[in-house]
Design a protein around this ligand. Structure first.
Ligand SMILES: *Cc1c(COP(=O)(O)O)cnc(C)c1O
Length: 365
């Protein structure tokens, strides 16, 4: 049997007619930028998150960068970020001229809130909290810390569309939440797309301006903006996708439950989740001290796996200027060396799940 790491065709095929109808509708509307599809998607996604302001942008990285720009985070400022997150957060901080200050994660992949006081300086402006792999991080300690020190709390929600804590959707915990709709995400577009969600009306208005050349009224450029607009085609297709998001998340949850139940190999550490969370399992990530061997073993059985992420940002050439060497953030580094994402996607069959489970269980036997 062959099991792919991911299959995007399956989720598309289930609602193919609707996607194709919408695509034609957008093509024929002759309105391609900032029209009804974008404003409707923004309203619908804000509604999905319980109400607030949603601003569609070009992609997840832009959502992060524009949010920080709108918060006046810049030269001389510091943003606390976890060492095991995707590189986009680091790039966004650097793009506005600020410095990423690395916080170690816990072994469950979430940022370690207990380390925050030790990282605080008079330059700290914000904490960027990532809900990695679709696992919701209980936000209370982060909210308290940010409030008591006058910091912004930004949530990186690129992997957690629809996840919640005590019934409150992720994205509502901080001052702003940044979403990516990269095709593989739980709410995936058919190209690049992203959004910012916030309850702050004036922040929303500023982000809205920045994404569109710093102008609200055409040719009246009030602030230094950029061109990072969600387009009508992606917005229209995302509206279709959003209708089925809960269903798709429920399916990912079933896959995770099946792996949780089936995997019993003592060499494998399964993911742990916090109480009071509804998780959306963007990835099902196990840990194994012999990870590379496990990956090769599964590949030999036709099972594709991925690593999210193989090198922590501080050890990449791009961020060598931060001056951190190997060993400086040992938990981030250990996670990078031991994590493995098992095939988990909409449409994976129970036979495939069983096949992967058996293969994982037979590793090292
Ligand atoms: C995907 C992702 C992003 C970036 O999104 P793009 O749309 O690819 O720019 C940011 N943060 C995290 C955690 C992600 O997974």
């Amino acid at each position: 049997m062959k099991v792919a790491a991911n299959r995007l065709d399956l989720a598309y095929n289930v609602h193919k007619d609707e996607y194709e109808k919408k695509a034609l509708e957008v093509l024929r509307s002759a309105r391609y930028i900032l029209g009804n599809e974008v404003s409707s998607f923004e309203n619908e996604f804000a509604g999905f998150l319980g109400g607030g302001y949603c601003i569609g942008v070009g992609n997840g990285l832009e959502a992060l960068r524009i949010t920080m720009q709108a918060m006046d985070i810049g030269e001389g400022d510091e943003v606390i970020i976890q060492g095991n997150t995707f590189v986009a957060g680091f790039l966004a901080v650097c793009a506005v001229g600020a410095k990423p200050v690395i916080c170690e994660p816990r072994y469950d992949h979430s940022m370690d809130a207990s380390l925050l006081p030790g990282l605080l300086t008079e330059r700290t402006k914000a904490v960027l909290l990532t809900h990695l792999y679709g696992l919701v991080v209980p936000p209370d300690e982060f909210i308290d810390f940010c409030r008591s020190h006058g910091l912004y709390l930004i949530e990186d929600c690129a992997q957690v569309h629809g996840g919640s804590y005590k019934g409150i959707p992720a994205g509502n915990f901080g001052d702003a939440a940044c979403f990516s709709f990269y095709p593989t995400k739980n709410l995936g577009a058919f190209g690049d797309a992203g959004a910012v969600f916030t309850h702050d009306e004036s922040l929303a208005a500023k982000i809205r301006k920045i994404r569109n050349y710093g102008s609200e009224i055409m040719y009246q450029n009030e602030i230094l903006g950029t061109n990072s607009r969600l387009d009508e085609m992606q917005a229209g297709l995302l509206r279709v996708r959003l209708k089925y998001l809960n269903e798709a998340n429920a399916e990912r949850r079933k896959v995770a439950e099946a792996y949780d139940k089936g995997i019993v190999n003592p060499l494998i550490i399964k993911p742990v989740v916090y109480p009071d969370t509804v998780n959306v399992w963007h990835q099902y990530v196990v840990r194994c001290s012999r990870r590379d061997e496990l990956k090769r073993y599964l590949a030999s059985k036709g099972i594709e796996t991925l690593i999210h992420y193989p090198v922590p940002a501080h050890l990449t050439p791009a961020f060598s200027f931060l001056g951190y060497g190997k060993g400086r953030f040992h938990i981030s580094e250990e996670l990078a060396d031991t994590v493995l994402s098992l095939p988990s996607y909409f449409g994976i069959t129970s036979d495939e799940i069983s096949y992967v489970t058996e293969a994982v269980n037979s590793f090292g036997a």
